[in-house]
Design a binder for this molecule. Structure first.
Ligand code: 5RP
Length: 261
């Protein structure tokens, strides 16, 4: 009897835990939308070329962008950072371009996996880091949108999956070994979920996820990793973002700019 009592209490607790993690996820979705709408409203103007990031938060930004284009009759040209972004632009009837035709962007808006106090980012959870970094690098302003779970004091506090690093397939083992030897931790090949074998990026490369053991000087580490033969790009975005919008649990939006040194 007593055992059955404990079992039903256990079930109740598990149920309420499931509920609370579901409501956390619902809040995170709402927070993504808040951040995305704020960024599009504050940074997009008529006659601009806009870089469109990748991931789940950017979906809300493209929704809002398309809404504003329709309502305000804006003339906006969009440059995608991935196959996903290209699809989003087309599905919303927005004008699609590329860096050949528009190598200078007015603004790029993108999500992030983690944003630290300096606005150093980890990106590439969705595997699109190389094109994302190229497009952000071509933009006069690079703005980040994220929910409260991405807000961090120091990289690694919130995002536990490590720094994504895009590599040429034949080099993934030597690159992984070099990273572990020089910087510690472990750089593991990212495996696909609904396909046998590794994740293959939009650029036909592989992704290593480097789980670092401690904080690093990210600018130096980023440069050093990029020097390893076979590395295409890292998901460390250092000194690139000029503003981050965080949608918060209480329905507010917090803005973070880089510290003034
Ligand atoms: C993809 C990215 C995404 O911007 C990042 O993973 C954030 O995604 P989401 O908005 O789904 O949290 O870098 O490569």
């Amino acid at each position: 009897m007593r055992a059955r009592g404990w079992a039903s209490i256990g079930r109740l607790l598990a149920g309420s835990q499931r509920l609370s993690s579901r409501s956390h996820a619902v809040m995170a979705e709402e927070a993504k939308k808040l951040a995305a709408y704020a960024a599009v409203d504050n940074h997009v103007q008529n006659n601009q070329v806009v870089g469109v990031g990748s991931g789940s938060t950017i979906v809300y930004a493209v929704d809002r962008l398309a809404e504003r284009v329709r309502q305000e009759k804006l003339n906006i040209i969009c440059v995608p950072t991935s196959f996903q972004a290209r699809q989003l632009i087309l599905q919303h009837g927005l004008t699609l371009s590329d860096l050949d035709r528009h190598p200078e962007l007015d603004v790029a808006i993108d999500g992030a996996d983690e944003v630290d106090a300096d606005l150093t980012l980890i990106k590439g959870g969705g595997g699109c880091l190389t094109q994302e970094k190229i497009v952000a690098g071509c933009a006069k302003h690079f703005v980040v949108i994220a929910d409260f779970r991405k807000d961090s004091k120091a990289l690694g506090q919130q995002w536990k999956k490590g720094v994504p690093i895009e590599v040429i397939p034949m080099a993934y083992v030597p690159v992984s070994r070099t990273i572990a030897k020089c910087f510690g931790g472990e750089a593991k090949l990212r495996m696909a979920v609904s396909k046998a074998g590794p994740v293959v990026t939009d650029n036909s490369n592989f992704i290593l996820d480097w789980k670092f053991e401690h904080a690093h000087k990210w600018k130096e580490v980023n440069t050093a990793i990029k020097m390893i033969p076979g590395v295409v790009e890292t998901g460390l975005f250092v000194g690139m973002a000029e503003r981050a919008y965080f949608g918060m649990e209480d329905g507010s939006v917090q803005v973070r700019d880089p510290p003034v040194n």
